[in-house]
Design a protein around this ligand. Structure first.
Ligand code: UD1
Ligand code: CA
Length: 461
């Protein structure tokens, strides 16, 4: 007897008013369907089948490799979807089958474990998860008899005014004994206002047949489904709150957790410090002692120990130990800053390595470049990496002093300890230790100001 699950993810999600299938919408950096899979696996479920239908290929593509799917070619309702999933799952008669919607990412795995325990303990045919939200609008209402036994579930649009006043609603999460579920799904009909096969009808069918139906009442927040963008935002806020709470308990400092956006896949070390308006996405990592923010966006980037990154944007960048980034830096894919290096105000770096202790402090573009150790790149320097057709590399050695406003026209190499004169357009390699000067010599025009003033006065009269 094992616990298996069917996840329903074939619906279009009409109320999202979106081109994207509902379960592909992301909350805290993870598609809804992946949240559900994660929760189900944390609950110790041994086998899962995901029912796909609307945008089936796209939904299947985000699932972890090896996830089993069942195709519901036509979306005929949750009951029909459950049947399609059940057939692929093919559980043994005494297995417990959990059925869950694809749009309920706030349910906790502990709650699913309790549901299974209750189901096992009571020997019920079905055990449903319900809750009592402040506003039950839109959910199926739980019908109970005088003795409080569950009699069935009635959908909002099929309910009488008296039934609409019921506060307890179904979450669309159930534990069934496999044999019972198989039989009940086979007898479902679509005689309702939507002409759909409702999974909720299984409960009424079982109760009518005198089978025991139990219910576990969860916290209202766990039962919140995502049917529209406002509900998606509410779910994302709660998921972020949980993520931030877990990181703070693990030793991460947050200036303002309500304004700190950490995706599900991000990894933080204890001792990392996050200031307000920090967005960490994808596979970003932040090491101990690093300070990030305020106002920083990092995606798929590594932020090393003791580094400082503020008011900046990082994409696939690697910031080394004790490096400094910002304010107002753009690190694009392949930007690697080694230990103690610096990218300062209004600097853009792409596909380049800045060596240990080297600095690019102000107003520069560094692309397709290797900078050695202990070099300084003067304000306004640009690596001219693109000739209109192809990209070329710039190589700057160790201990180099690039003068302000140098144009380094690639491909070009500046040797160790070499200098460039401010304002130079460097088109040829500079040997180690040499100064490269490439600018027009200055000349003075004596008395120019007075003559210019006289001309202006003449023109005015
Ligand atoms: C459903 C329940 C309702 C419950 C609510 C809880 C039914 C009939 N209604 O309503 O009682 O209160 O969830 O949130 O079950 N799906 C398919 N194939 C289909 C239709 C839906 O796979 O043909 C999937 C959807 O992708 C979704 C899930 O089933 O993940 C639930 O569908 P949804 O349309 O969101 O149901 P609700 O109207 O919210
Ligand atoms: Ca729903």
């Amino acid at each position: 007897m094992s616990v298996k699950a069917v996840l329903l993810g074939a619906g279009k999600g009409t109320r999202m008013k979106s081109d994207l299938a509902k379960v592909l919408h992301e909350a805290a950096g993870r598609p809804l369907i992946n949240w559900m899979l994660e929760i189900v696996s944390q609950a110790g479920v041994e086998e899962v089948v995901v029912v796909v239908g609307h945008q089936a290929e796209d939904v299947a593509a985000v699932l972890p490799p090896g996830t089993r799917t069942a195709l519901q070619a036509e979306q005929l309702g949750t009951g029909h979807a459950a049947r399609v999933g059940f057939e692929v799952l093919a559980p043994a008669g005494d297995d417990i089958v959990l059925v869950l919607p694809g749009d309920m990412p706030l349910v906790r795995h502990e709650t699913l474990e309790h549901l299974v325990e209750l189901h096992r303990g009571t020997g019920a045919a079905a055990t449903l998860l319900s809750c009592e939200p402040a506003d039950p609008t839109g959910y199926g209402r739980i019908l109970r008899g005088a003795d409080r036994h569950v009699l069935g579930i009635v959908e909002q649009r099929d309910a009488t005014p008296a039934q609409l006043a019921i506060r307890e609603v179904g979450t669309s999460v159930y534990a069934f004994s496999a044999e019972v579920l198989g039989e009940a799904l086979a007898t479902l009909s679509n005689h309702n206002s939507q002409g759909e096969y409702y999974l909720t009808d299984v409960i009424g069918t079982l109760a009518d047949a005198g089978r025991r139906v139990e219910a576990l009442i969860a916290d209202a927040i766990e039962g919140e489904g995502v049917n529209s963008h406002d509900q998606l935002a509410a779910a994302a806020t709660e998921l972020r709150r949980r993520i931030n709470t877990a990181w703070m308990r693990a030793g991460v400092w947050m200036q303002d957790p309500d304004r700190t956006y950490v995706d599900a896949g991000v990894v933080l070390e204890p001792g990392a410090r996050l200031y307000a308006d920090t967005h960490l996405e994808g596979a970003t990592t932040v090491a101990a002692g690093a300070e990030v923010g305020p106002s920083t966006y990092a995606r798929d980037s590594r932020i090393g120990p003791g580094s400082r990154v503020w008011y900046s944007v990082l994409r696939q960048a690697d910031v080394g130990a004790s490096a400094e980034v910002g304010p107002y830096v753009s690190l694009r894919p392949g930007a690697t800053l080694l230990e103690r290096s610096k990218a300062g105000t209004f600097v853009e770096i792409k596909n380049s390595e800045v060596g240990a202790g080297s600095k690019v402090p102000h107003l520069s573009y560094i692309g397709d470049t290797t900078i050695g150790e202990g070099s300084n790149v003067g304000a306004g320097t640009i690596t001219v990496n693109y000739d209109g057709y192809a990209k070329h590399r710039t190589v700057i050695g160790d201990g180099v002093k690039i003068g302000s406003d140098t144009m380094l026209v690639a491909p070009v190499t500046v040797g160790d300890e070499a200098w460039t004169a401010a304002g130079s357009v460097i088109t040829k390699d500079i040997p180690a230790g040499a100064l490269g000067v490439a600018r027009s010599p200055q000349k003075e025009v004596p008395g120019y100001a007075a003559r210019r003033r006289a001309r202006a006065e003449q023109e005015r009269t």
